[in-house]
Design a protein around this ligand. Structure first.
Ligand SMILES: Nc1ncnc2c1ncn2[C@@H]1O[C@H](COP(=O)(O)OP(=O)(O)O)[C@@H](O)[C@H]1O
Ligand SMILES: [Mg+2]
Length: 300
């Protein structure tokens, strides 16, 4: 059974409900970050969910936070264990176990720190039109899905709920968060992406691009927050079928997107996915987890 919405019966105040996560205030400096099984495509949420998706996203983020990317910089992860939660939450373990993380509550910068290793998506659309990517001049004659010589920091604004993020030139980030933090966010984003990219490609996955978010702690440290390097926040491609000069299949949501388009319901909210789409999509999330972590998925 998929969990599309949490209900803690008012035990904790709900701070925010995103497309995927229900975020609760646990204490003055900690949040309870619960990944549901909700799935969105073309920016709208489906009515039913993908069983286990929230657990897979939580486990994958934890994996990156605590192993491969642990020493690149500080991150918000505290614990994903039920033992860490107060007594009053134990009775909600069916909703929380395996899909919740206690994280440090931080002031999140209003910037989506996107890093692109490959020319695709909205970057490819812009490049074809103007030879630039987020206003940055890049070499002529590149083809679709080609790797950039060096990964690019291509931020976007963090739009309010229901709005679309806007691609911006890195200089515009300076106006939003100042010179010092822009430099730090860019440096960290590139270092995190590069480390993860090199790790993943050895395991058969190309991380074409990804999105990070950062927050500021009380000592003015820039801290990595949110989920990281999941199929929801990144473009994963199978290295074995990768070819330049064409678009690559989206790793996780291709089945869903194709089905929505075929049925003429793309962009319409409250759509119920049929079982076969749920199954195919679920398979891809499991596959990503297993390829990247090198361990078999075990339900908790
Ligand atoms: N450590 C943190 N402190 C405060 N807010 C956070 C932290 N980490 C992530 N967030 C915010 O929590 C929300 C996560 O919910 P999600 O469902 O992913 O939202 P969205 O629909 O915006 O992707 C995001 O708005 C993110 O900016
Ligand atoms: Mg999110």
């Amino acid at each position: 059974m998929a969990l599309t919405c949490t209900d803690l019966r008012g035990t904790l105040p709900l701070l925010a409900q995103g497309k995927v996560r229900d975020v609760y205030t646990l204490s003055s400096n900690h949040l309870l970050f619960v990944a549901t099984d909700r799935i969105s495509a073309y920016d709208v949420i489906m009515k039913n969910g993908i069983p286990n998706k929230g657990k897979l996203l939580t486990a994958l983020s934890e994996f990156w936070f605590t192993t491969v990317l642990k020493d690149v910089g500080p991150n918000h992860f505290v614990s994903s264990s039920m033992d860490f939660l107060p007594e009053k939450l134990q009775k909600y373990s069916a909703q929380l176990k395996g899909r919740s993380m206690v994280v440090k509550k931080l002031q999140v910068f209003p910037v989506e720190a996107i890093v692109r290793g490959y020319l695709t998506g909205s970057a490819w659309v812009e490049y074809k039109k103007s030879g630039t990517v987020h206003g940055i001049q890049v070499p002529e004659g590149m083809v679709e899905s080609q790797a950039f010589e060096k990964p690019l920091f291509t931020p976007s604004t963090k739009a309010a709920q229901g709005q679309h993020d806007e691609n911006i030139h890195p200089d515009k980030v300076v106006q939003l968060v100042g010179h010092e933090y822009t430099k730090k966010i860019e440096e960290l984003s590139l270092a995190l992406y590069t480390r993860a990219r090199d790790y993943a490609v050895e395991r058969g996955i190309i991380i074409a691009d990804t999105k990070f978010e950062f927050g500021l702690d009380e000592d003015k440290n820039v801290v990595l927050v949110d989920e990281i390097l999941t199929p929801d926040s990144s473009r994963f491609w199978l290295a074995s079928t990768y070819q330049t000069g064409r678009s690559q299949d989206s790793y996780d949501k291709q089945f869903l997107r194709d089905w929505l388009t075929k049925n003429g319901v793309k962009g319409r909210p409250g759509i119920v996915m049929p079982d076969e789409i749920i199954l195919e999509t679920s398979k891809k999330y499991h596959e990503a987890y297993e390829l990247l972590t090198g361990s078999e998925w075990k339900e908790t």
